[in-house]
Design a protein around this ligand. Structure first.
Ligand code: PLP
Length: 427
């Protein structure tokens, strides 16, 4: 346990990892919905959110849904039916099919693959971007040439080479689902995240770069796709005077009240990104002489939205740390630190950090699933998880990395105190 011997004063109000930042316009649009009685899943707020979301992402159509997970689910259904045909009632459209998925991400990226009966095969992470490794993806296609679908997330708003991922997909006749939940407003080679996938999704979850308290959009350039998604998301009613159904439907449509919040947030997207960038730069500067580095990105190609600042500790500056499935222990050592120690230290001053997303292939539910690195399967290798010159990049980043308090409302003074606390871990 990190013992804060009164050395650092805790913040009176908790400093969050990332919390909603409201501006006032949201209330006006909620009121519009209320006073016009468009309190359901139809209305001007939804229309506007769809228009703005599509425009910002540089795609033709956005469909407003209850959350990004719902959007990803319908992405999977669209891809599954396009690739394999419509399944019999009660069966998933990806049933029994392998799907290549990002490994170091939130599980909502790939849960929808499983909803549709697919079998995630995890692709290891690129050390230089912390996103899906294109080299490992190539390797995976060598091993499983029949795979026709890839689900790729952009981590913490710092895009990797999603263009390369798309190209590899095309070379193998595979479709790409882009999970841009964390990357709204970020670009790769000038092109917005959310515009690379055959089907893409963005999120307005409470801790994302802008929020509606909930909500998400599916992004596409195909009007047929947008129409199908709207139909599926409102219980799949056919055009008839009564409730006529030819296929299974969902209750996934966005609420016009939620859309009001999102509509009020959109004008502040760029401002939020600028705040997040300043937070990232301040950590970078404040930690520059420590044996750590910030989440990496290719400065010549990626413009991140800087959603979460994260850092990774140099291998030789790591004190010993072990994690079970629910607990962590470490042995403090002079001049060294580890994520567990730093997270405890940050928490001792009433600020919130978080471990890196625990890679999916390390999750108990996926222990039997394949994970592919640059040199092939990581399941067959002994000691693959041990830090230091390893092939299992995801496990290594999880072991040595952590997310730092990145709330829009954090002040420079608060950040400086957090930086001091981190420094103390290495003293
Ligand atoms: C937040 C998040 C989601 C899910 O978004 P919801 O809108 O909460 O469903 C999916 N993927 C990633 C990578 C996320 O960070």
């Amino acid at each position: 346990m990190f013992i804060n011997k009164g050395q650092f004063k805790p913040f009176e109000k908790k400093v969050w990892l990332a919390s909603p930042t409201m501006h006032g316009e949201e209330l006006e649009f909620i009121k519009d919905a209320y006073y016009t009685n468009w309190m359901s899943t139809v209305g001007e707020n939804i229309n506007e959110v769809e228009r703005i979301a599509a425009q910002k992402a540089g795609v033709k159509y956005a469909v407003g849904l209850s959350c990004c997970t719902a959007a990803l689910h319908l992405c999977c259904k669209l891809a599954g039916e396009r690739l394999y045909g419509r399944p019999a009632i009660g069966h998933g459209s990806l049933e029994g099919k392998r799907v290549f998925c990002s490994d170091m991400t939130f599980d909502a990226t790939l849960n929808p693959v499983v909803y549709e009966g697919g079998i995630p095969v995890f692709i290891d992470t690129d050390r230089s971007s912390w996103n899906m490794d294109p080299v490992a993806l190539e390797k995976a296609f060598e091993m499983y040439p029949d795979v026709k679908l890839v689900v790729c997330a952009e981590l913490y708003g710092f895009p990797g080479d999603i263009k390369k991922i798309k190209k590899i997909c095309e070379e193998h006749g595979a479709l790409l689902i882009e999970d841009a939940a964390e990357a709204m407003g970020a670009t790769w080679e000038g092109k917005p995240c959310g515009s690379f996938g055959d089907y893409s999704a963005i999120s307005y979850n409470g801790n994302k770069i802008i929020t509606g308290s909930a909500g998400g959009c599916l992004l596409t350039n195909d009007i047929e796709v947008a129409n199908r998604v709207r139909k599926w998301s409102t219980q799949a009613r056919e055009a008839a005077p009564w409730y006529q159904h030819e296929e299974v439907g969902y209750n996934y449509r966005m609420s016009n009240v939620v859309a009001g919040v999102i509509r009020g947030q959109y004008p502040h997207l760029e401002e939020h990104i600028a705040q997040k960038k300043a937070i990232y730069e301040r950590y970078k500067e404040g930690l520059k002489d420590l044996p750590v580095s910030m989440n990496p990105y290719d400065e010549s190609k990626a413009v991140p939205n800087y959603w979460l600042s994260a850092m990774i500790i140099d291998e030789d500056a790591m004190c010993r740390q072990v994690r079970s499935d629910s607990q962590a222990m470490y042995i403090p050592e002079n001049g060294k630190g580890c994520p567990t120690e730093i997270l405890e230290a940050i928490s001792s001053i009433n600020a919130e950090g978080r471990p890196i997303w625990k890679p999916m292939h390390m999750q108990p539910m996926y222990r039997m699933h394949e994970v592919v690195g640059r040199n092939g399967s990581l399941r067959c290798r002994t000691n693959a998880y041990i830090s230091g010159g390893v092939e299992d990049v995801g496990a290594d980043i999880f072991q040595r990395g952590l997310c730092l308090p990145s709330d829009n409302k954090i002040t420079p003074e608060q950040q400086d105190r957090i930086i001091e606390v981190i420094r103390s871990c290495f003293s």
